[in-house]
Design a protein. Structure first.
Length: 187
């Protein structure tokens, strides 16, 4: 089995070589699967990471969710204690460049208890078919996900899916994984 660092390196190389036209097509396929998900349709409160670089794009998801009346929450990283705070945004205007060069909510945004969120869209560098998630190594999302009771949905391209990943006790598993090829769900 590859180590976490080997997997991170492999995926980062594949992402660097990702053609923008092909990426756009794959992003649209993933969004189509999301928009047809009954859990998404029912949810009033959703959480999404704000995509950067070569991650699965979430900007359209955020905009559409706000447009159809959902309350949308995004992460604010708190470096002092390596945690995430969940903040409501009403448009992309509520975002600014924050920690790690990521778009984050501005100071005026309000936080919410993570238990109030019904569905969460989570980034990862890699996912296992056993619903394991490999992030960038900071542990921010794992700590945050321990507090959440909503449906945890990993978003990834098909090349980010592995049969299994090396995991640790504190690693939080996803409930579903959505890729450009389909939805990976428990049987």
């Amino acid at each position: 089995m590859l180590s976490k660092s080997d997997i991170r390196m492999l995926i980062k190389e594949k992402m660097e070589g990702l053609d923008s036209t092909k990426k756009g097509i794959m992003d649209q396929k993933i969004r189509d699967f999301i928009y047809n998900l009954p859990d998404y349709s029912r949810a009033k409160n959703i959480f999404s990471y704000v995509s950067k670089e070569k991650e699965v794009d979430t900007i359209d998801l955020i905009n559409k969710s706000i447009e159809i009346g959902k309350s949308v929450y995004v992460p604010l990283t708190i470096k002092e204690n390596n945690s995430l705070e969940v903040r409501k945004i009403t448009s992309l205007e509520d975002l600014k460049i924050g920690n790690f060069n990521i778009l984050e909510p501005k100071d005026h945004t309000k936080s919410i208890n993570p238990k109030e969120i019904e569905i969460l869209f989570i980034p990862g560098l890699a996912f296992g078919t056993g619903f394991e998630r490999l992030g960038r190594g900071g542990g921010y999302f794992d700590r945050f996900l321990l507090e959440s009771t909503g449906l945890k949905v990993g978003l990834a391209y098909e090349f980010q899916i592995f049969e299994s990943l090396p995991v640790q006790k504190h690693d939080v598993k996803m409930d579903l994984i959505i890729t450009d090829s389909g939805i990976i769900s428990p049987v």
